[in-house]
Design a protein around this ligand. Structure first.
Ligand code: SF4
Ligand code: SF4
Length: 350
């Protein structure tokens, strides 16, 4: 059974209380479980929020965590990966600009998978009994870390059902090629009608798989390694993800496998914010619908236990009505060794 520490907060607007809760939770978990080695880097895995999204967890809520790490002389920085789809978080320079606009200015920012998602390390998970992957493409700078604090906003997600610690650890830490492998068949599609034959993808493809100077341009799948760089660089949106090829249950299993890869050989503290709980995830642009009241902040060293506790607290708050789909991920995640579904909830009063 894993321990999950919980501090209730009744409103996202209580920034002071959220900060005080995060500080108490991190102190408690560190004192009890001695996870972090302050001589090493302690990056904060965050989500900067899509352009015009207004419900992501803002960095003003992380101030006390940053102060705690600085007080203990651990080097800290925000760490994140580029996204798969076209937008302001596709390419490093745009991503950094958006992060600053969203006030992530307290500590440096590291984009873990390079300029366009091309920097990754393959992590071998063959020793686990997984269904889909034996190797996972994790953003290189994340793969190199020995420890991390994963800060997750718990909310809904169209395909996963919900997103919390497991999703931050998997989709949030994978390189663009890893994201493609989880979301779809691991090779992109080149739409010859949209293609303007500008050769940008060809110049950026490390294995010469983009075949452009032909009657109908295409991707040579016998060469393509599924890095997804062509999706990021095509100025005309002609290279696309095959979004519909993955079923939700299979997608969730893939998330659990990627989370396992990121977690391997790392010490991690997970902090889930059950605040601003929306139907859709922080990758959605524009105003999001809040679907349930604010609940509080949770901390654990087990990503399965913290997500299960978060899911259960939201269900309890809604008198037994399940607000999200996707619960099947818990048993699969436990089966492959990511964490435990049984937990002890320990209330820490603010
Ligand atoms: S970058 Fe896009 S438009 Fe240019 S050749 Fe490649 S697929 Fe065609
Ligand atoms: S065609 Fe090239 S750039 Fe595109 S995903 Fe395949 S290997 Fe990567």
């Amino acid at each position: 059974m894993s321990k999950v520490y919980f501090t209730p907060i009744n409103s996202y607007s209580n920034t002071k209380e959220i900060n005080s809760a995060s500080k108490k939770l991190i102190e408690k978990i560190q004192n009890q479980e001695k996870i972090l080695d302050f001589r090493k880097n302690t990056p904060l895995k965050v989500h900067f929020g899509e352009d015009k999204n207004n419900t992501f967890i803002e960095p003003k809520n992380f101030i006390e965590i940053i102060k705690y790490l600085k007080k203990n002389k651990s080097k800290t920085f925000y760490i994140e990966t580029n996204v798969l789809y076209k937008g302001r978080r596709t390419i490093k320079k745009d991503h950094l600009k958006l992060a600053k606009e969203h006030a992530f200015t307290q500590i440096p920012i590291v984009i873990a998978d390079g300029n366009t998602g091309e920097n990754y390390k393959e992590i071998d998970i063959t020793k686990h009994k997984t269904k889909h992957f034996t190797k996972c493409k994790i953003g290189k700078k994340i793969a190199e870390q020995k420890q991390m604090i994963v800060l997750a906003h718990f909310k809904g997600h169209i395909l996963a059902g919900f997103g919390g610690a497991i999703k931050q650890l998997s989709m949030g830490c994978a390189s663009r090629g890893g994201k493609l492998a989880m979301h779809a068949q691991s090779k992109p599609i080149l739409n010859p009608i949209k293609c303007k034959k500008c050769h940008t993808c060809e110049k950026n493809c490390s294995v010469n798989a983009c075949i452009i100077d032909t009657l109908i341009p295409y991707i040579d799948y016998s060469k393509c390694i599924g890095c997804a760089k062509c999706i990021a660089v095509c100025p005309f949106g002609a290279v696309q993800v095959n979004w519909i090829s993955t079923l939700p249950k299979e997608f969730r299993e893939k998330l659990a496998e990627y989370a396992l890869a990121t977690q391997q050989n790392k010490k991690i503290i997970y902090i889930n914010f059950l605040l601003n709980i929306t139907k859709d995830c922080d990758c959605h642009s524009g105003k999001q619908k809040i679907i349930t009241k604010d609940i509080g902040v949770l901390a654990s060293t087990d990503p399965v236990a913290i997500d299960k506790a978060s899911f259960d607290l939201i269900t309890k708050r809604n008198k037994g009505k399940k607000m999200f789909k996707g619960e099947d991920i818990f048993n699969y995640a436990q089966k492959i060794g990511l964490g435990k579904t049984k937990y002890k909830l320990i209330k820490i009063i603010n």
